[in-house]
Design a protein around this ligand. Structure first.
Ligand SMILES: *Cc1c(COP(=O)(O)O)cnc(C)c1O
Length: 387
């Protein structure tokens, strides 16, 4: 009997070790990992540089406290700001903490300019921003909030329903918060022109724009941030998942304007930004933010998408749509998602579900061509077995 609570629907498999894109199960089988701990293991498993960094730092210093200067955190914050719109960073330990902090920053900004009633955040219905009390209500999902009372302060519009967005803005709206690419919600990309319109709307109504890049950020889209090509400058961007390469790190990135509101005592975290986490984060960003590395993500993405679309053509009664960007890929099925994922797993390919009957594929960002070929072969085989 397991003493772990039953809040997860776990598959009956465990792993002994991992190497690159492969996971080795306790019963001696080799699996191609195409979910990467849900966009977390951005450099695959046991990446030599990350192992070296962790080893080195673990012998020096793990944790001090944010009561002191943390040079490793200074360095990571500097890199994040240099590469992006941001001027300031607060570190956390997870995505939900990062989005929660984003909400706090937005509210605190309006408080600091004498508009304390501007607290409401406008979000996409059935999006995903994490599992804290506030962020489940930000997601606007009945399934996630049921039985947890009520946390107010969130309004919602339907994905793609452009006309309703402006109508949902009230005098108390502080910000619009969306995932640049909806992950859990079914790998739905917000097109660049929509991001630009959202920015314009926020400017017109004097709102803040929060782009949740917890899943789609840190190279996952082929650019460092998924909104980069749109040239849109958000005010606040929560990140997490990929930035630690498997070590728990979250962060909220902010421009100068809003960061001014975050004075001493307004936010904090015991663990957030500790030297061990920051050392690993620095190593991840040094690799991932490199132009050649990102060009290679784009190349792998093009190869993956063009071949998945060929498979879609071959099995039009199985696959409805191939969605996504970069190496955040969704296969929307006509047939049962759960059975499909199980069959892929029986063929030693690990993937994970998303909403709207989508099979999510999140390879390591440094995935090799022959690993993509193997995944394609297995997907083709499983499709061929569906009548
Ligand atoms: C995963 C995710 C979160 C929550 O991150 P946790 O680390 O699980 O708390 C928030 N936003 C998005 C877009 C995510 O994909």
């Amino acid at each position: 009997m397991s003493n772990l609570a039953k809040n997860y629907n776990r598959k009956k498999i465990s792993f002994k070790y991992g190497k690159g894109s492969y996971l080795f199960s306790s019963d001696g089988k080799k699996y191609l990992d195409m979910l990467s701990g849900i966009a977390v293991n951005s450099l695959g498993h046991a990446h030599p540089t990350l192992v070296k960094t962790l080893r080195y730092q673990s012998k020096k210093l793990w944790h001090v406290s944010n009561a002191f200067q943390i040079p490793e955190g200074e360095r990571l914050a500097k890199k994040l700001c240099k590469k992006t719109f941001a001027d300031y960073v607060i570190f956390q330990n997870s995505g939900a903490e990062a989005t929660e902090a984003a909400i706090k920053v937005a509210r605190r900004y309006f408080y600091s300019i004498g508009k304390p009633n501007k607290t409401r955040i406008l979000c996409i219905k059935n999006s995903f921003h994490g599992r804290t009390l506030a962020t489940i209500f930000a997601s606007g999902s009945k399934k996630m909030t049921e039985g947890f009372g009520h946390v107010g302060g969130f309004d919602h519009f339907k994905f793609g329903d452009h006309k309703s967005i402006e109508k949902k803005i009230t005098k108390n709206t502080a910000a619009i918060m969306v995932e640049t690419i909806l992950g859990e919600g079914g790998i739905k990309v917000i097109p660049d022109w929509c991001l630009q319109e959202l920015r314009k709307l926020c400017d017109k109504k004097k709102l803040l724009l929060i782009l949740d890049e917890v899943q789609c950020g840190i190279g996952r889209s082929g650019d460092f941030f998924a909104f980069e090509k749109s040239k849109v400058k958000p005010d606040i961007v929560p990140i997490a998942k990929g930035i630690g390469g498997g070590f728990p790190i979250g962060a909220v990135l902010m421009n100068k304007k809003v960061a001014k509101a975050m004075t001493p005592g307004t936010h904090g975290s015991t663990f957030g930004g500790n030297p061990l986490a920051m050392a690993v984060g620095n190593s991840v960003i040094d690799i991932v933010s490199n132009k050649k590395f990102l060009d290679n993500v784009k190349k792998s993405s093009e190869y993956f998408f063009s071949n998945l679309n060929k498979i879609k053509k071959k099995y039009p009664y199985v696959i409805k749509e191939i969605r996504g960007k970069g190496l955040l890929i969704g296969i929307q099925l006509y047939t049962d998602q759960t059975k499909f994922i199980k069959k892929l797993m029986d063929n030693r390919l690990l993937t994970i579900r998303a909403a709207e009957n989508v099979v999510r594929i999140l390879p390591a960002l440094n995935v090799k061509k022959k690993e993509i070929d193997l995944a394609l072969k297995i997907i083709d085989k499983v499709c061929s077995e569906i009548k």
